[in-house]
Ligand binder design. Sequence first.
Ligand SMILES: Nc1ncnc2c1ncn2[C@@H]1O[C@H](COP(=O)(O)OP(=O)(O)OP(=O)(O)O)[C@@H](O)[C@H]1O
Length: 254
Amino acid sequence: MLHASDITFAYGGAPVLAGVDLRAGSGGVVGLIGPNGSGKSTLLRVLYAALRPHGGTVLIDGDPLAALPGRDLARRVAVVAQEHPPELPVTVADMVLLGRAPHRGALRGYTDGDHAAAAAALRRVGMRAHADRDCATLSGGEKQRVLIARALAQDTAHLLLDEPTNHLDIRYQHEVLRLVREIGVTTVVVLHDLNLAARYCDHLVLLDAGRVAAAGPTAAVLTPGVLEPVYRVRVRTVDDGDCVQLIFQAVSGG
Ligand SMILES: Nc1ncnc2c1ncn2[C@@H]1O[C@H](COP(=O)(O)OP(=O)(O)OP(=O)(O)O)[C@@H](O)[C@H]1O
Protein backbone atom coordinates (compact mmCIF):
# COMPACT_ATOMS: atom_id res chain seq x y z
CA MET A 1 0.00 0.00 0.00
CA LEU A 2 1.28 3.43 -1.02
CA HIS A 3 -0.42 6.37 0.58
CA ALA A 4 0.54 9.98 -0.14
CA SER A 5 -1.45 12.61 1.68
CA ASP A 6 -1.60 16.37 1.38
CA ILE A 7 1.65 16.59 -0.62
CA THR A 8 3.00 20.02 -1.41
CA PHE A 9 6.17 20.70 -3.37
CA ALA A 10 7.87 23.68 -5.04
CA TYR A 11 10.99 23.99 -7.20
CA GLY A 12 12.58 27.14 -5.80
CA GLY A 13 9.65 29.42 -5.11
CA ALA A 14 7.31 28.00 -7.76
CA PRO A 15 4.62 25.72 -6.30
CA VAL A 16 4.19 22.54 -8.35
CA LEU A 17 2.08 20.30 -6.09
CA ALA A 18 -0.55 21.52 -3.63
CA GLY A 19 -2.55 19.30 -1.28
CA VAL A 20 -2.20 16.18 -3.43
CA ASP A 21 -3.54 12.83 -2.17
CA LEU A 22 -2.90 9.48 -3.81
CA ARG A 23 -3.64 5.98 -2.57
CA ALA A 24 -2.58 2.76 -4.32
CA GLY A 25 -3.00 -0.71 -2.88
CA SER A 26 -3.99 -4.35 -3.23
CA GLY A 27 -2.09 -4.94 -6.44
CA GLY A 28 -4.13 -2.36 -8.31
CA VAL A 29 -2.91 -0.09 -11.09
CA VAL A 30 -3.34 3.65 -10.48
CA GLY A 31 -2.85 5.90 -13.48
CA LEU A 32 -1.48 9.39 -12.97
CA ILE A 33 -2.74 11.60 -15.79
CA GLY A 34 -2.87 15.31 -16.55
CA PRO A 35 -1.64 17.91 -19.03
CA ASN A 36 2.03 18.78 -19.59
CA GLY A 37 3.56 20.42 -16.56
CA SER A 38 0.71 19.45 -14.21
CA GLY A 39 3.13 17.79 -11.77
CA LYS A 40 2.88 14.07 -12.60
CA SER A 41 6.63 13.31 -12.71
CA THR A 42 7.23 15.50 -9.68
CA LEU A 43 4.64 13.55 -7.69
CA LEU A 44 6.16 10.26 -8.83
CA ARG A 45 9.62 11.47 -7.70
CA VAL A 46 8.13 12.31 -4.32
CA LEU A 47 6.71 8.76 -4.16
CA TYR A 48 10.14 7.19 -4.60
CA ALA A 49 11.92 9.69 -2.36
CA ALA A 50 13.98 11.33 -5.12
CA LEU A 51 12.30 14.55 -3.94
CA ARG A 52 11.35 15.36 -0.38
CA PRO A 53 7.91 16.99 -0.16
CA HIS A 54 7.67 20.35 1.54
CA GLY A 55 4.46 19.26 3.20
CA GLY A 56 2.48 16.05 3.63
CA THR A 57 3.53 12.43 4.10
CA VAL A 58 4.12 9.30 2.04
CA LEU A 59 3.57 5.94 3.70
CA ILE A 60 4.64 2.58 2.26
CA ASP A 61 2.79 -0.27 3.92
CA GLY A 62 2.27 2.10 6.83
CA ASP A 63 5.95 3.11 7.17
CA PRO A 64 6.97 6.73 6.52
CA LEU A 65 8.98 6.82 3.28
CA ALA A 66 11.31 9.48 4.67
CA ALA A 67 12.52 7.10 7.41
CA LEU A 68 13.31 4.10 5.15
CA PRO A 69 16.98 3.34 4.40
CA GLY A 70 17.68 3.22 0.63
CA ARG A 71 18.17 -0.54 0.49
CA ASP A 72 14.91 -1.16 2.33
CA LEU A 73 13.13 1.19 -0.07
CA ALA A 74 14.65 -0.63 -3.07
CA ARG A 75 13.30 -3.92 -1.76
CA ARG A 76 9.82 -2.43 -1.65
CA VAL A 77 9.63 -0.09 -4.64
CA ALA A 78 10.94 -0.49 -8.19
CA VAL A 79 11.05 2.53 -10.49
CA VAL A 80 11.22 3.09 -14.22
CA ALA A 81 11.88 6.82 -14.41
CA GLN A 82 12.01 9.06 -17.47
CA GLU A 83 15.67 9.85 -16.99
CA HIS A 84 17.64 6.92 -18.30
CA PRO A 85 20.84 5.91 -16.53
CA PRO A 86 24.11 6.91 -18.23
CA GLU A 87 25.14 4.66 -21.07
CA LEU A 88 27.78 2.47 -19.49
CA PRO A 89 29.28 -0.43 -21.44
CA VAL A 90 27.08 -3.05 -19.80
CA THR A 91 25.26 -6.01 -21.30
CA VAL A 92 21.49 -6.31 -21.24
CA ALA A 93 21.75 -9.33 -18.91
CA ASP A 94 23.94 -7.44 -16.43
CA MET A 95 21.68 -4.38 -16.53
CA VAL A 96 18.67 -6.50 -15.57
CA LEU A 97 20.71 -8.33 -12.93
CA LEU A 98 21.20 -4.94 -11.23
CA GLY A 99 17.53 -5.23 -10.26
CA ARG A 100 18.57 -8.04 -7.92
CA ALA A 101 21.16 -5.89 -6.09
CA PRO A 102 18.86 -4.89 -3.18
CA HIS A 103 18.33 -8.60 -2.41
CA ARG A 104 22.02 -9.52 -2.48
CA GLY A 105 23.96 -10.19 0.71
CA ALA A 106 26.79 -7.70 1.37
CA LEU A 107 29.65 -10.09 0.51
CA ARG A 108 27.80 -12.47 -1.77
CA GLY A 109 27.69 -12.59 -5.54
CA TYR A 110 24.49 -13.08 -7.48
CA THR A 111 22.92 -16.49 -6.91
CA ASP A 112 21.48 -18.87 -9.51
CA GLY A 113 18.08 -17.62 -8.32
CA ASP A 114 19.08 -14.03 -9.15
CA HIS A 115 20.21 -15.05 -12.65
CA ALA A 116 16.98 -17.01 -13.17
CA ALA A 117 14.86 -14.04 -12.03
CA ALA A 118 16.73 -11.69 -14.39
CA ALA A 119 16.36 -14.11 -17.31
CA ALA A 120 12.63 -14.54 -16.61
CA ALA A 121 12.15 -10.75 -16.51
CA LEU A 122 13.96 -10.38 -19.84
CA ARG A 123 11.77 -13.07 -21.36
CA ARG A 124 8.64 -11.31 -20.17
CA VAL A 125 9.51 -8.16 -22.10
CA GLY A 126 10.58 -10.10 -25.19
CA MET A 127 14.30 -9.23 -24.82
CA ARG A 128 15.77 -12.63 -23.85
CA ALA A 129 17.43 -13.02 -27.26
CA HIS A 130 19.27 -9.72 -26.69
CA ALA A 131 20.81 -10.71 -23.32
CA ASP A 132 24.41 -10.43 -24.54
CA ARG A 133 23.98 -7.13 -26.40
CA ASP A 134 25.65 -3.96 -25.14
CA CYS A 135 22.88 -1.68 -23.77
CA ALA A 136 24.38 1.30 -25.60
CA THR A 137 23.52 -0.34 -28.95
CA LEU A 138 19.79 -0.80 -28.23
CA SER A 139 16.99 1.20 -29.80
CA GLY A 140 14.91 3.51 -27.57
CA GLY A 141 12.10 0.96 -27.27
CA GLU A 142 14.47 -1.94 -26.58
CA LYS A 143 16.19 0.11 -23.85
CA GLN A 144 12.83 0.91 -22.30
CA ARG A 145 11.93 -2.78 -22.22
CA VAL A 146 15.25 -3.62 -20.55
CA LEU A 147 14.61 -1.01 -17.84
CA ILE A 148 11.15 -2.48 -17.30
CA ALA A 149 12.73 -5.94 -17.05
CA ARG A 150 15.17 -4.61 -14.44
CA ALA A 151 12.24 -3.29 -12.40
CA LEU A 152 10.44 -6.63 -12.69
CA ALA A 153 13.59 -8.50 -11.61
CA GLN A 154 13.66 -6.32 -8.50
CA ASP A 155 10.58 -8.27 -7.38
CA THR A 156 9.02 -5.53 -5.26
CA ALA A 157 5.44 -5.14 -4.03
CA HIS A 158 5.27 -1.64 -5.56
CA LEU A 159 6.10 -0.41 -9.03
CA LEU A 160 6.36 3.24 -10.16
CA LEU A 161 6.47 3.91 -13.88
CA ASP A 162 6.90 7.29 -15.58
CA GLU A 163 5.51 7.07 -19.11
CA PRO A 164 6.73 3.48 -19.58
CA THR A 165 5.19 3.30 -23.07
CA ASN A 166 7.46 6.09 -24.37
CA HIS A 167 9.40 4.78 -27.38
CA LEU A 168 7.38 1.56 -27.50
CA ASP A 169 5.59 0.45 -30.64
CA ILE A 170 1.86 -0.17 -30.34
CA ARG A 171 2.28 -3.88 -29.64
CA TYR A 172 4.70 -3.35 -26.76
CA GLN A 173 2.65 -0.46 -25.33
CA HIS A 174 -0.10 -2.99 -24.78
CA GLU A 175 2.20 -5.90 -23.87
CA VAL A 176 3.97 -3.91 -21.17
CA LEU A 177 0.81 -2.55 -19.59
CA ARG A 178 -0.92 -5.93 -19.80
CA LEU A 179 2.10 -7.43 -18.06
CA VAL A 180 1.93 -4.77 -15.34
CA ARG A 181 -1.71 -5.69 -14.77
CA GLU A 182 -1.00 -9.41 -14.73
CA ILE A 183 1.83 -9.38 -12.20
CA GLY A 184 -0.55 -7.95 -9.61
CA VAL A 185 1.99 -5.53 -8.10
CA THR A 186 0.66 -2.26 -6.66
CA THR A 187 1.50 0.18 -9.44
CA VAL A 188 1.41 3.92 -10.05
CA VAL A 189 1.94 4.73 -13.72
CA VAL A 190 2.20 8.12 -15.40
CA LEU A 191 0.43 7.95 -18.75
CA HIS A 192 -0.34 10.50 -21.44
CA ASP A 193 -2.35 8.09 -23.54
CA LEU A 194 -5.80 8.17 -21.96
CA ASN A 195 -6.95 5.18 -24.01
CA LEU A 196 -4.19 3.05 -22.51
CA ALA A 197 -5.20 4.41 -19.09
CA ALA A 198 -8.80 3.43 -19.85
CA ARG A 199 -7.81 -0.13 -20.66
CA TYR A 200 -5.21 -0.90 -18.01
CA CYS A 201 -5.80 1.28 -14.92
CA ASP A 202 -8.19 0.52 -12.06
CA HIS A 203 -8.12 4.04 -10.67
CA LEU A 204 -6.95 7.39 -11.98
CA VAL A 205 -5.66 10.56 -10.40
CA LEU A 206 -6.00 13.54 -12.72
CA LEU A 207 -3.63 16.41 -11.94
CA ASP A 208 -4.21 19.93 -13.18
CA ALA A 209 -1.68 22.64 -12.30
CA GLY A 210 -0.46 20.67 -9.29
CA ARG A 211 -3.86 19.92 -7.79
CA VAL A 212 -6.04 16.84 -7.99
CA ALA A 213 -8.80 17.74 -10.46
CA ALA A 214 -10.43 14.33 -10.18
CA ALA A 215 -9.68 10.92 -8.67
CA GLY A 216 -11.55 7.66 -8.62
CA PRO A 217 -12.38 4.55 -10.63
CA THR A 218 -11.13 4.89 -14.20
CA ALA A 219 -14.56 5.07 -15.83
CA ALA A 220 -15.64 7.83 -13.44
CA VAL A 221 -12.64 10.04 -14.35
CA LEU A 222 -12.57 9.47 -18.10
CA THR A 223 -15.72 11.42 -18.91
CA PRO A 224 -16.11 14.48 -21.11
CA GLY A 225 -17.33 16.50 -18.14
CA VAL A 226 -14.09 15.83 -16.22
CA LEU A 227 -11.56 15.87 -19.09
CA GLU A 228 -12.73 18.73 -21.32
CA PRO A 229 -12.10 21.62 -18.89
CA VAL A 230 -8.67 20.21 -17.91
CA TYR A 231 -7.28 19.33 -21.38
CA ARG A 232 -9.36 21.91 -23.29
CA VAL A 233 -10.21 19.48 -26.08
CA ARG A 234 -13.56 18.02 -27.04
CA VAL A 235 -13.95 14.42 -25.86
CA ARG A 236 -16.29 11.69 -27.05
CA THR A 237 -16.49 8.29 -25.39
CA VAL A 238 -17.03 4.99 -27.15
CA ASP A 239 -17.97 1.81 -25.30
CA ASP A 240 -15.38 -0.81 -26.31
CA GLY A 241 -16.93 -3.70 -24.40
CA ASP A 242 -14.66 -4.10 -21.40
CA CYS A 243 -13.64 -0.42 -21.23
CA VAL A 244 -14.38 3.00 -22.60
CA GLN A 245 -12.22 4.51 -25.36
CA LEU A 246 -11.93 8.19 -26.14
CA ILE A 247 -11.97 10.26 -29.32
CA PHE A 248 -10.59 13.78 -29.17
CA GLN A 249 -11.17 16.89 -31.21
CA ALA A 250 -9.32 20.18 -30.86
CA VAL A 251 -11.39 23.13 -29.72
CA SER A 252 -10.63 26.16 -31.88
CA GLY A 253 -9.05 28.93 -29.86
CA GLY A 254 -8.81 26.47 -26.91
N1 LIG B 1 14.04 20.53 -11.82
C1 LIG B 1 13.10 21.45 -12.00
N2 LIG B 1 13.33 22.75 -11.70
C2 LIG B 1 12.38 23.71 -11.87
N3 LIG B 1 11.14 23.45 -12.34
C3 LIG B 1 10.85 22.18 -12.64
C4 LIG B 1 11.80 21.11 -12.50
N4 LIG B 1 11.22 19.95 -12.89
C5 LIG B 1 9.96 20.29 -13.26
N5 LIG B 1 9.74 21.60 -13.12
C6 LIG B 1 8.48 22.31 -13.40
O1 LIG B 1 7.47 21.76 -12.56
C7 LIG B 1 6.24 21.66 -13.26
C8 LIG B 1 5.76 20.22 -13.21
O2 LIG B 1 6.68 19.42 -13.94
P1 LIG B 1 6.50 17.85 -14.07
O3 LIG B 1 7.65 17.34 -14.86
O4 LIG B 1 6.24 17.28 -12.74
O5 LIG B 1 5.14 17.80 -14.92
P2 LIG B 1 4.50 16.60 -15.75
O6 LIG B 1 3.04 16.64 -15.46
O7 LIG B 1 5.22 15.33 -15.50
O8 LIG B 1 4.77 17.13 -17.23
P3 LIG B 1 4.92 16.38 -18.66
O9 LIG B 1 3.57 15.78 -18.95
O10 LIG B 1 5.22 17.52 -19.58
O11 LIG B 1 6.03 15.37 -18.56
C9 LIG B 1 6.48 22.19 -14.65
O12 LIG B 1 6.07 23.54 -14.70
C10 LIG B 1 8.00 22.09 -14.81
O13 LIG B 1 8.48 23.08 -15.68
